[in-house]
Design a protein around this ligand. Structure first.
Ligand SMILES: *[C@@H]1O[C@H](CO)[C@@H](O)[C@H](O)[C@H]1NC(C)=O
Ligand SMILES: *[C@@H]1O[C@H](CO)[C@@H](O)[C@H](O)[C@H]1NC(C)=O
Ligand SMILES: *[C@@H]1O[C@H](CO)[C@@H](O)[C@H](O)[C@H]1NC(C)=O
Ligand SMILES: *[C@@H]1O[C@H](CO)[C@@H](O)[C@H](O)[C@H]1NC(C)=O
Ligand SMILES: *[C@@H]1O[C@H](CO)[C@@H](O)[C@H](O)[C@H]1NC(C)=O
Ligand SMILES: *[C@@H]1O[C@H](CO)[C@@H](O)[C@H](O)[C@H]1NC(C)=O
Ligand SMILES: *[C@@H]1O[C@H](CO)[C@@H](O)[C@H](O)[C@H]1NC(C)=O
Length: 626
């Protein structure tokens, strides 16, 4: 997957200007999931999207009109990968052409979110599969659709009769069944070389016969007449749908007129974007040139480490690693060849400078193999950059839930156990290091557990609760999704234990907990509850992620870890273990059953309630039966 490289300062400018609706960051979001995106050369262009004349662009494939982007024309470029149309929604595109590339797989379903789109050209790719019947619903502006020369199968979607099409080309696919009852007068179409049957809609009966050639059994003008029965049925349907069509057009026209009032606002937001960009540019320029000033300095919090200036960092080649609820993170490669991760926080503005410096220096003293060291920071009132080492194997989340190449194996059980042990050791160290903090971690989740070259866990984003704005923390920090926080708005020294429990269940099940962490639904709607219900209703083996490889010799240990995870998720804080105990239990686990006695587990169970009650020692016998 190609990534987009830019100078860090440009990325910072772009994301400054972005606030919510930066066109450029929408494009980068779109490019992130494309393969061969480097052919676009978007990363090397240091100009506004649209040139001063307002109707041209130096950005490959970008079409501009009246100073705003209005189309993307990425043709003949061997692009492939995933089409993330959702990323393009803010651009309010008028046309999108991906003609003659190498895209494959199903029709990009989120295209229907591009409700202003008038032209959609996807021909000459390698798309396959059926297009959902409702694929074009809501695309009131759509006029020209080109799906030709792909491998589409199934029916031509009926939702196409609900838009005011003028052009439709679907030749050289494997569409089957009937041609939908098009009613759009003057439709220019091509249906040749598919597997279509049945009557040709009346509105197309004056067209060139070549647009129907090479199908299984089309009939009616301009081809030979249909057997009687076909004819009558279609005449009826055509009349009915024409009536419905007229009603629909009037509604669509009405909506369309209303929408036309928007471009003004759009223009305004573009101007806003431009002025924001200029502002951000001058801020960054200030930062670069005012080295003498305190505010342009990176503060290093660790001795014995390479020192560099903000200027070096801003000029480093960089790429976006991700953006989360707390801000974006970037990988920046210094000229010395060493990569760093730069995290940008905007939600730390409520804490005073002294306090912030003090806390960062404390973080700088944290040293443990399972904790990502903070290297330095950059302080400005309205935003902060935290600099840490780059960890080479990415996050645990990406390994558990990301797309993998077919030849790349999933994380096996021994690796997962080692990761959980590493996380627990890191957390235990944090608890010792920050005896007065309620949340020594506060934001433990699989995307904050990084994996080093040997797949050892390196926990990041810890101990930030004291410097994050309170309202933001309450909305986004994992700890604030815990049962006690949802119930009574309280967090305790045991809250991180709950996060650890969820993480353990995620590691064992391979399920993404966000799906189960439904905020606003009160405690109980979490992964632990789900695991509990599966364990109760079915059999425990069902919950384990098949990718870690199940084997007789390790299932007992997996079950023990499952049980520990559920004890950590105990919703009654009084009964929940403390971090020390949780870490000690995890430490006892082994990769496989050894000759050591683990019967001590048979006697425990007191005090497990709700979430944990369902897993009993009986489950051990189930595991052998399955
Ligand atoms: C772009 O717009 C300017 C006026 O704004 C016009 O002079 C020029 O010819 C246009 N260029 C193109 C390629 O349409
Ligand atoms: C792609 O190739 C076709 C045919 O060679 C050509 O007509 C079209 O202009 C090309 N598109 C772009 C954007 O260059
Ligand atoms: C498709 O794009 C390739 C380059 O990727 C070009 O060589 C070829 O001529 C194009 N074909 C058509 C039909 O446009
Ligand atoms: C598509 O882009 C949107 C907006 O940038 C992003 O939230 C979403 O995760 C992306 N989807 C995929 C599959 O990458
Ligand atoms: C198109 O996709 C099919 C599978 O759907 C694959 O077998 C074929 O090799 C692909 N062709 C090209 C040119 O990528
Ligand atoms: C769409 O149809 C119109 C005639 O209605 C034709 O002039 C135009 O070239 C067609 N567009 C495409 C992309 O084929
Ligand atoms: C329809 O497409 C086929 C195959 O590409 C072509 O031979 C035929 O001339 C086209 N007919 C029309 C009317 O465009």
């Amino acid at each position: 997957m190609a990534t987009t490289h830019l100078y860090l300062f440009l990325l910072l400018i772009l994301s400054s200007a972005a606030s919510s609706s930066s066109d450029i960051s929408s494009l980068f979001d779109f490019a992130t999931t494309l393969t061969n995106a480097d052919r676009l050369n978007w990363d090397t262009i240091q100009k506004p999207l649209c040139n001063d004349d307002g109707n041209s662009s130096d950005w490959t494939g970008v079409l501009c009109k009246n100073g705003a982007i209005n189309g993307l024309r990425l043709e003949n470029m061997s692009l492939s990968g995933t089409i993330n149309a959702t990323a393009l929604v803010p651009l309010r595109l008028f046309s999108l052409s991906l003609l003659n590339n190498s895209f494959s797989g199903p029709f990009p379903a989120d295209v229907k979110k591009l409700t202003r789109l008038r032209r959609l050209f996807l021909s000459r790719n390698n798309f396959s599969g059926a297009i959902p019947d409702k694929a074009f619903i809501g695309m009131a502006a759509l006029r020209e659709v080109d799906l030709a020369n792909n491998g589409f199968v199934g029916k031509i979607p009926n939702s196409l009769i609900r838009v005011q099409l003028t052009n439709l080309t679907v030749q050289n696919n494997q569409f089957e069944g009937k041609i939908p009852d098009f009613w759009q007068e003057g439709l220019v179409a091509n249906f040749s070389s598919n597997r279509l049957r049945g009557a040709i809609p009346d509105v197309l009966s004056y067209e060139d016969a070549s647009m129907f050639s090479g199908n299984l059994g089309l009939c009616g003008l301009p081809l030979s007449p249909c057997p009687k029965i076909w004819y009558r049925k279609t005449a009826f349907i055509a009349a009915a749908s024409a009536a419905a069509g007229v009603a629909l057009i009037s509604i669509l026209l009405l909506l369309w007129r209303r929408r036309r009032t928007r471009p003004m606002r759009y223009q305004k937001s573009v101007n806003h974007f431009k002025s924001e960009a200029t502002k951000a540019e001058s801020i960054a320029a200030d930062a670069i040139h005012n080295k003498a000033e305190e505010q342009g300095k990176i503060h290093f919090v660790r001795s014995g480490r390479e020192r560099f200036e903000l200027e070096d960092l801003l000029k480093a080649a960089a790429e976006v690693l991700g953006s989360g609820s707390f801000g974006s993170s970037y990988k920046a490669l210094l000229l010395t060849g060493k990569p760093y991760v730069v995290r940008r926080f905007k939600q730390m503005s409520n804490v005073g400078k002294e306090e912030f410096y003090h806390h960062m220096r404390k973080l700088g003293r944290v040293t443990h193999p399972n904790l990502l060291p903070l290297v330095g920071f950059y302080y400005k009132k309205e935003e902060k950059l935290l600099i840490s080492d780059f960890v080479e194997n990415g996050s645990l989340a990406s390994h558990l839930h990301g797309k993998r190449k077919p030849d790349q194996p999933g994380l096996d059980w021994p690796t997962r156990l080692r990761i959980v042990k590493g996380v627990a050791r890191g957390l235990a160290h944090l608890y010792a290091e920050f005896p007065s903090l309620a949340l020594p971690h506060g934001h433990l989740k699989s995307s904050n557990v990084l994996l080093d070259g040997a797949f050892e866990a390196v926990v990041s984003d810890y101990a930030l609760a004291p410097v994050i704005n309170r309202d933001h923390a309450q909305e986004f920090m994992v700890a604030h999704k815990s049962p006690e926080s949802m119930q009574s708005d309280k967090v305790t020294r045991k809250t991180d234990v709950w996060s650890l429990g969820i993480l353990i269940l995620e590691v064992l099940t391979g399920r993404f907990p966000a799906n189960y962490l439904k905020s606003g639904r009160g405690p109980g709607a979490d992964l632990a509850t789900w695991v509990n219900s599966v364990v109760r209703e079915e059999w425990t083996g069902e919950v384990f992620d098949k990718e870690m490889g199940l084997g007789r010799s390790c299932e007992g240990q997996m079950l023990r870890l499952l049980k520990i995870g559920m004890c950590c998720c105990e919703s009654n804080v009084e009964k929940r273990w403390g971090m020390e105990e949780a870490a000690a239990r995890i430490e006892e686990l082994k990769e496989r059953e050894g000759d050591e006695d683990y019967s001590s587990y048979a006697s425990e169970g007191e005090g497990y309630s709700s979430a944990s009650r369902a897993v009993t020692d009986d489950d051990f016998s189930f595991s052998r039966a399955s």
